[in-house]
Design a protein around this ligand. Structure first.
Ligand SMILES: [Fe+2]
Length: 328
C-alpha cells in the first residue's frame, strides 16, 4: 500500500514543558521533563523520555525493521511492509487477558511522518539517541534546542558491498570518523588485493573491523553487503539495545568481538525463555517466534545476518516453514 506524502501530523494536544503533543488515531503521546506518556482508549503508560527516544530513533531509522519493535513490554510497532501496527499491550499476556490492549494500523508514511516530528521535537540539543550513554548528553529537562544532525543520520545500505564501485561513498563516510575509544587496538590496514590480469576493476575488499571501529552509533545495523536476499548487517553495540526486537524470520548472529548477553522471551506473551551469552566467535540463530534484547558491557561488534525474502513472514506464520533454521 502506498500513500502519497506529505502527511499531515496531528499535534493539537496540550503543550507541556515546551514539548508538542501528538496523536495517531486514538493514541496520544505527550512528554515533559522526564517522561513520555502514552494513552489509548483502554489504558495509559509512562516511559522514561531517554528510553523512549532511543527506541523511537531506531524505529524511525530502521523504517520499522523486520517484525516487531517493542519500545518496552507494552508499546511498540509491527511492520507489515507498507503499513505499520501501533500497539499497546498486544504482546503482553497480562494486558491481553485483562482486555486492555489496543492496536491500530497506519500507512507507513503516516506513522513515519508523526514519529519523525515527535523525535525531532522531543530531542534536545546535546542529546544523541543513537550514541552510547557515555558519549552523549542528557535527554531530560524542559525543551531546549534540537539535534537534527544526529537524528537524521542515514543507515548505510550498500547496493552490492561497501568498497565496490558505486558503494565507495558509504565507505568514505565511515572512514571520516575517529576510531572509538573501545576499539583503539583494532588494526586499520586494508586487505591486499592480487587480481588476475584483466580483473583489476572487479575485485574489491575492505577491512570490516576497521570500518566498524569507526562507527559513531550503537545498535544500528547497516547493510554492508547484499547477495540476493542475503544481507550482512554488522553493528556495534554498547549498553542496552533500546528496543526488544520481535522476529518475523530467523536471524543469525555472529559475535565478531567482545561480549553480548541476550535476554530471549516468547515473542507474543513476553514469557522469559533463555539468556544467551555470546563471546567473540560465537554464532547463534535466533528463532522466528522469539523477541530479544541485548546487553553489551563494552562496545562490541556483531554481525547480524538477515534473509530479506518478503515471503518469509507468511510462510512461517502459516506453518509452511519452521520457526527455527534447523530441527534437531
Ligand atoms: Fe531480532
Amino acid at each position: 500500500m502506498t500513500i502519497a506524502a506529505p502527511v499531515k501530523v496531528d499535534s493539537t494536544g496540550p503543550n507541556t514543558d515546551g514539548y508538542r503533543s501528538f496523536r495517531l488515531g486514538e493514541f496520544k503521546f505527550r512528554r515533559d521533563e522526564y517522561f513520555v506518556y502514552v494513552e489509548w482508549p483502554t489504558g495509559k503508560h509512562v516511559m522514561s523520555a531517554d528510553s523512549f527516544l532511543k527506541a523511537l530513533q531506531r524505529d524511525v531509522a530502521w523504517q520499522f525493521f523486520y517484525g516487531i519493535v517493542n519500545f518496552d513490554g507494552v508499546v511498540g510497532t509491527v511492520n507489515h511492509y507498507g503499513t505499520v501496527d501501533l500497539f499497546a499491550g498486544r504482546y503482553n499476556d497480562v494486558y491481553r487477558k485483562a482486555e486492555l490492549d489496543h492496536l491500530e494500523n497506519f500507512s507507513t508514511p503516516m506513522i513515519k511522518a508523526t514519529f519523525d516530528e515527535m523525535l525531532d521535537d522531543w530531542t534536545n540539543a546535546g542529546f544523541d539517541p543513537f550514541a552510547s550513554p557515555t558519549e552523549t548528553g542528557s535527554a531530560f529537562g524542559i525543551k531546549h534546542g534540537d539535534n537534527r544532525a544526529a537524528i537524521t543520520r542515514h543507515r548505510v545500505t550498500a547496493s552490492r558491498m561497501v568498497s565496490v564501485p558505486g558503494d565507495e561513498p558509504l565507505r568514505n563516510d565511515e572512514n571520516g570518523h575517529p576510531v572509538n575509544r573501545h576499539f583503539l587496538d583494532v588494526a586499520q590496514d586494508e586487505p591486499e588485493k592480487h587480481p588476475e590480469p584483466g580483473f583489476d576493476g572487479e575485485i574489491s575488499s575492505f577491512n570490516l573491523y576497521a570500518y566498524l571501529s569507526r562507527s559513531q552509533v550503537t545498535w544500528n545495523p547497516s547493510v554492508v553487503s547484499v547477495c540476493g536476499d542475503s544481507l550482512y548487517c554488522p553493528t556495534t553495540e554498547e549498553y542496552i539495545l533500546p528496543i526488544i526486537h520481535g522476529n518475523d524470520r530467523v536471524e543469525w548472529f555472529i559475535q565478531l568481538s567482545d561480549e553480548l548477553i541476550w535476554q530471549v522471551e516468547d515473542r507474543d506473551s513476553g514469557a522469559a525463555l533463555a539468556k544467551v551469552t555470546m563471546r567473540s566467535g560465537d554464532v547463534a540463530a535466533m528463532p522466528a517466534d522469539i523477541r530479544h534484547q541485548g546487553y553489551a558491557p563494552k562496545r562490541a561488534m556483531l554481525l547480524v545476518w538477515e534473509n530479506a525474502d518478503p515471503a518469509l513472514p507468511a510462510l512461517i506464520s502459516s506453518g509452511q516453514l519452521p520457526s527455527v533454521p534447523v530441527e534437531i
